[in-house]
Design a protein around this ligand. Structure first.
Ligand code: UD1
Ligand code: CA
Length: 462
């Protein structure tokens, strides 16, 4: 097998996206379009992968890192000109070069492999991957001669009325004999509607010079979709969503309504987990078996062990251990570590805190920067006061402590095992084991207070 190289084109301006961000960085189900492409080509043509980026496109480099080499295209003069920038890294190598665009995120390695196999079997100098488009508008059309061989590709803006009727499109994916590719790239001209150097013109040039040009038509047009605007981006997300959800359904996950469940790439979900509609699970989340995630939940890099229940809550970079539950309408923020069987109820927030097994926090509490033991009861409306205006401080609470409702725990402070905090207390010093702490003014009852009010003499108020 010949060496397999890849060139990914990612320098285009993406004008049609109307965005301040590089087009290829727009995400599809949590991964940028160009990274989708890179992830697939790594399986099929990894010998040398070169990404063509716009001058100074640091963000693209940050996203793709060292998984690819980079060349810069200073001016966006067209796709042929873009590939030509890779000449200094690739021009002298012999092998087969896969060229793809960074804005076609749905291609699978399986399809690319089929293209390679076909190209190699046919001993072609170029093989273009084509598809039948229900609506070919905007794509380059594949013009074939009377014998059915590919003659050339015409772009939408250069196509005659007859050519515009052709439904077979250029997917923008090609296999080339590497040396032939660079030989012909130098001959491409920009005498067309957009005054650009078109890569597909290489196909026409090869054909004219009797080099062997083939076309491999894939069966699934959806996979070939190019994303040039927001409508296509939404559609690409939809297709990827269906693919991802199908995968989880096959693994034994129940999705009541896969069309309205948004799960990114790189999410693990165990069997027998049930997910209601209108749930969003972002990349990097890991969900165990037999969990239940209800409508309105949002998980961002969350880890749920088995048997966890999440009811309409947001979980970000936090872990919930086995059998714990949360919600409705609570929020776990980064570094919340929720122990097994812990119950977190309504309208609670936990940040950077470890909560031991079976501890309960039923309603309206905030716990931040704290270490809590097991079997603690946190009453309604308890606030861990962790910020003094300049610094964050830590609180420790021992096992079996009982914290009455509406207490303020002013950090730094240590509440020991089996301690009791009276409701409404503001706790500013440590509480020893087995102790009851009352940190509030004693109640005073003012006798006959009502009769001292001026209103008391008003007959209407008697
Ligand atoms: C291109 C093809 C078209 C094909 C379609 C498939 C050309 C001329 N046309 O059209 O036949 O049907 O893809 O999706 O190739 N880019 C650069 N530098 C440039 C110009 C573009 O790196 O100077 C990159 C873009 O970032 C993009 C890719 O090349 O990732 C394709 O460019 P785009 O402008 O999207 O081409 P299309 O009009 O979609
Ligand atoms: Ca495109």
């Amino acid at each position: 097998m010949a060496n397999r190289f890849t060139v990914i084109l990612a320098a285009g301006k993406g004008t049609r996206m109307k965005s301040q961000y590089y087009k290829v960085l727009h995400p599809v189900c949590g991964r940028s379009m160009v990274e989708h492409v890179l992830t697939q080509v790594e399986h099929v043509a990894p010998a040398k992968i070169i990404t063509v980026i716009a001058a100074g496109a640091k963000q693209v480099q940050e996203v793709l890192g060292k998984r690819t080499e980079y060349v810069e295209q200073k001016e966006q003069l067209g796709t042929a000109h873009a590939v030509l920038q890779a000449e200094k890294l690739l021009g002298h190598s012999s092998g087969t070069t896969l060229v793809m665009s960074g804005d076609t995120p749905l291609f699978t390695a399986a399809t690319l492999e089929k293209l390679f196999t076909y190209h190699e079997q046919q001993h072609a100098q170029a093989t273009i991957l084509t598809a039948q488009a229900p609506n070919p508008f905007g794509y380059g059309r594949v013009v074939r001669n009377a014998q059915g061989q590919v003659e050339k590709i015409v772009e939408q803006k250069d196509a005659t009325a007859v050519e515009q009727k052709i439904q077979e499109i250029n997917t923008g994916v090609y296999c080339f004999d590497n040396q032939k590719l660079f030989e012909y790239l130098h001959q491409v001209k920009n005498d067309n509607a957009q005054k650009e150097y078109y890569l597909p013109d290489v196909i026409g040039l090869m054909q004219q010079h009797q080099d062997r040009v083939c076309a491999y038509q894939m069966d699934n047009f959806d996979e070939s979709m190019g994303v040039n605007d927001r409508a296509a981006l939404a559609q690409a997300n939809k297709i990827m969503q269906a693919r991802i959800n199908q995968f989880h359904l096959q693994n034994g996950v129940t999705l009541f309504d896969p069309e309205h469940t948004w799960i990114d790439v790189d999410v693990q979900i165990g069997a027998d987990t049930v997910i209601e509609p209108n749930v969003v699970i972002k990349t990097g989340s890991k969900i165990g078996r037999n969990c239940y995630i209800s409508s309105g939940s949002r998980l961002v890099k969350a880890t749920l062990e088995d048997d966890v229940k999440v009811t309409s809550s947001t979980i970000e970079e936090a872990i919930m251990h086995q059998g714990s539950n949360i919600g409705p309408n609570s929020h776990l923020r980064p570094q919340a570590d929720i122990g097994p069987q812990v119950h977190i109820g309504n309208f609670c927030e936990v940040k950077n805190a470890v909560i031991g097994a079976r501890t309960k926090m039923g309603h309206l509490s905030y716990v931040g920067d704290a270490t809590l033991g097991s079997d603690i009861n946190i009453g309604c409306g308890v606030v861990f006061v962790n910020f003094d205006g300049q610094k964050k401080w830590h609180t420790d609470v021992g096992d079996h402590a009982f914290i009455g409702s509406n207490a303020n725990i002013v950090a730094p402070v240590k509440i020991k095992d089996h301690a009791f905090i009276a409701a409404g207390s503001t706790i500013t010093s440590d509480v020893p084991q087995h102790t009851l702490a009352i940190g509030r003014a004693r109640q005073v009852n003012k006798d006959n207070y009502w009769s001292k009010l001026p209103l008391a003499n008003d007959p209407e108020w008697q």
